[in-house]
Write a protein of this length. Structure first.
Length: 280
């Protein structure tokens, strides 16, 4: 009866456990590119295993008159890795990698079991790991109080992001200058390499071809309007994208101008909010 009461008490105390498991399933699916899929049946199995294992730990501690027992986060991590038979799944070509991915996702969400962690931070961690919106990732990384592991993974994904992330890398380094420690030290060098002197010049985009040459003055106006380094970085980024497209016309140029202003406003607000938050 004692073990049963402990089990039932845990069900009440860990009422957020199903939410954790559903988020874990989404993170694992993304991290493993769909190779590890936790369906509802498996998640229900994990839920019962975690409660049962933890109940036994607590009951044993009571019987042995021990005041201490393993941290809940360690128990959850152990049960999850032990309950998913990665080592037996012949469909996974790299079992060691699959196990690492599972353990990493558990660690990313480990704040879920810390009483002092507000739900807003947990939501931010989950959003950072699942959103495909590059802007939103940067906002979370610069504005939220995140564990080192979470920050390192987030910045690593930004550094290895395909496409032009020069403006975002530039603003991130500017924030780091005002708030040292915002970016993990091992990421600073890699992030700096995403910005080169050529990004501040007109040589960063292809020469105009064919009839597009008639829009040379309009293109140069987009660049000469930029005064600060940040404005130049943003302008060059959008001009490069514009000139790599199929054919120029006044509407495309106007839309590029609007995107430049929109990005500048967002980046300036982002840097301003992070400086204010940091007390600069």
């Amino acid at each position: 009866m004692e073990k049963l009461s402990t089990f039932q008490a845990l069900k009440a105390d860990l009422e957020q456990l199903p939410l954790f498991l559903s988020r874990l399933a989404e993170l694992v699916r993304g991290e493993s590119q769909g190779q590890i899929a936790l369906d509802g049946r498996r998640l229900g199995f994990l839920y019962r295993n975690i409660l049962a294992y933890r109940a036994v730990e607590l009951a044993k501690a009571q019987l042995d008159s021990q005041s201490a027992h393993p941290p809940l986060v360690d128990s959850v991590r152990y049960v999850i890795t032990a309950s998913i038979p990665i080592g037996l799944d012949e469909a996974l070509p790299d079992r060691a990698r699959a196990r690492h991915q599972l353990e990493l996702c558990c660690d990313l969400l480990s704040d879920f079991f810390k009483p002092e962690s507000p739900m807003s931070r947990l939501d931010a961690i989950y959003e950072l790991c699942t959103t495909h919106d590059l802007r939103r990732k940067v906002e979370i990384l610069l504005q939220e109080d995140l564990a080192d592991l979470v920050k390192c993974k987030g910045w690593q994904e930004l550094v290895t992001q395909e496409g032009d992330v020069t403006p975002l890398a530039y603003i991130a380094l500017q924030v780091e200058a005002h708030r040292p420690g915002t970016i993990p030290s091992e990421m600073l060098s890699a992030l700096s390499q995403r910005i080169t002197p050529e990004e501040l010049s007109s040589g960063a985009f292809p020469s105009l071809k064919g009839e597009d040459i008639e829009y040379l003055d309009a293109i140069e106006e987009l660049l000469t309007a930029a005064q600060t380094d940040l404005e130049k970085v943003v302008a060059v980024s959008h001009v490069r994208e514009l000139t790599q497209g199929a054919g120029l016309d006044p509407q495309a140029i106007d839309e590029a101008r609007e995107r430049i202003q929109s990005d500048l406003g967002w980046l300036q607000n982002l840097m301003g909010s992070t400086e204010t938050k940091g007390g600069s």
